[in-house]
Ligand binder design. Structure first.
Ligand SMILES: Cc1cc2nc3c(=O)[nH]c(=O)nc-3n(C[C@H](O)[C@H](O)[C@H](O)COP(=O)(O)OP(=O)(O)OC[C@H]3O[C@@H](n4cnc5c(N)ncnc54)[C@H](O)[C@@H]3O)c2cc1C
Length: 241
């Protein structure tokens, strides 16, 4: 008999879980209290205007691609992503504009226009951001840490110490930069999860690496096609709301 799972919620997280389990042969039931799947990924149309409510930028496209592959599908058959360059535009009250770019030299040039000292330290900061990402990839992302043996493994303990668990993102940035623009611009990564750079851990700096190096992909105009892309598979399994 097939193992069975009931998943509560039909956001990205739970739909990914449903796809993974179903691809591994589980019988999956997804329960959603909203009239439509997608969770935060929704589009509202009111008085002729259309608003996207949720995610627009995919910082780890390879994770989505591997999920499609796990289900024996090709992501591009369902959804097209395109690279954003520059990634985002930061506009400050004094008129300074910094376009986030994967081009480190261009980043340094823009930062140097208001703070040569911060610009000089940007490459060193990006190296630390890359190291934090590599550490997370090895030790935390994609690992469940269910058993005590996993939780207490020496490699994990070493990793925990190296991610600077007692340092906030703001304090880490303060070791490299001093200009308020740079601190605000890079501290914003904490807001990705609705947090503050003063409260979130230093490991959030890895997002600077992810956004610059790993790619920053934008949805195609018809963003909602993401969940339409999931739909054909999910409908073939027990799926109700
Ligand atoms: C404005 C905004 C912008 C964002 N931009 C980005 C971005 O650019 N890139 C990015 O990667 N992330 C972004 N995020 C974060 C991203 O939206 C979330 O990380 C992701 O959508 C969360 O997916 P989830 O499946 O964990 O939860 P959700 O999408 O919140 O889904 C949870 C689902 O569970 C359902 N549910 C909850 N309780 C029950 C229950 N008891 N019974 C039945 N159903 C239940 C809810 O109705 C909902 O549909 C953004 C978030 C917001 C708010």
């Amino acid at each position: 008999m097939k193992p069975e799972a009931v998943i509560i919620g039909a956001g990205f997280g739970s739909l990914s879980c449903a796809v993974t389990l179903a691809a591994k042969g589980w019988k999956v039931t997804v329960l959603e209290r909203q009239p439509r799947p997608g969770g935060k990924l929704q589009r509202i149309t009111q008085q002729g205007y259309t608003f996207d409510r949720g995610p627009s930028t995919i910082t780890m496209p390879h994770v989505f691609r591997s999920l499609y592959e796990l289900a024996g599908e090709t992501m591009e058959d369902y959804v097209q992503l395109y690279e954003l360059e520059p990634r985002t535009r930061n506009v400050f009250a004094d008129g300074t504009v910094v376009d986030f770019s994967k081009n480190a030299g261009f980043m340094q040039e823009q930062i140097a226009a208001y703070s040569p000292a911060d610009a000089a330290r940007y490459p060193e900061f990006m190296s630390e951001a890359a190291a934090l990402y590599r550490l997370s990839e090895q030790q935390f992302l994609g690992r469940l840490l269910l058993s005590w043996k996993d939780k207490l493994s020496p490699a994990l303990m070493r990793g925990l110490v190296r991610v600077r668990p007692f340092l906030s993102l703001h304090s880490l940035l303060g070791r490299y930069f001093s200009h308020p623009h740079t601190l605000a611009m890079l501290g914003r990564y904490a807001t990705y999860v609705g947090s503050s750079p003063f409260q979130s851990p230093a490991i959030f700096a890895m997002l600077a690496h992810l956004r610059a190096r790993k790619g920053s992909m934008e949805f195609t105009a018809e963003r909602i096609s993401w969940w339409r892309g999931w739909f054909p598979w999910l409908r073939s399994w027990a799926f109700r709301w």
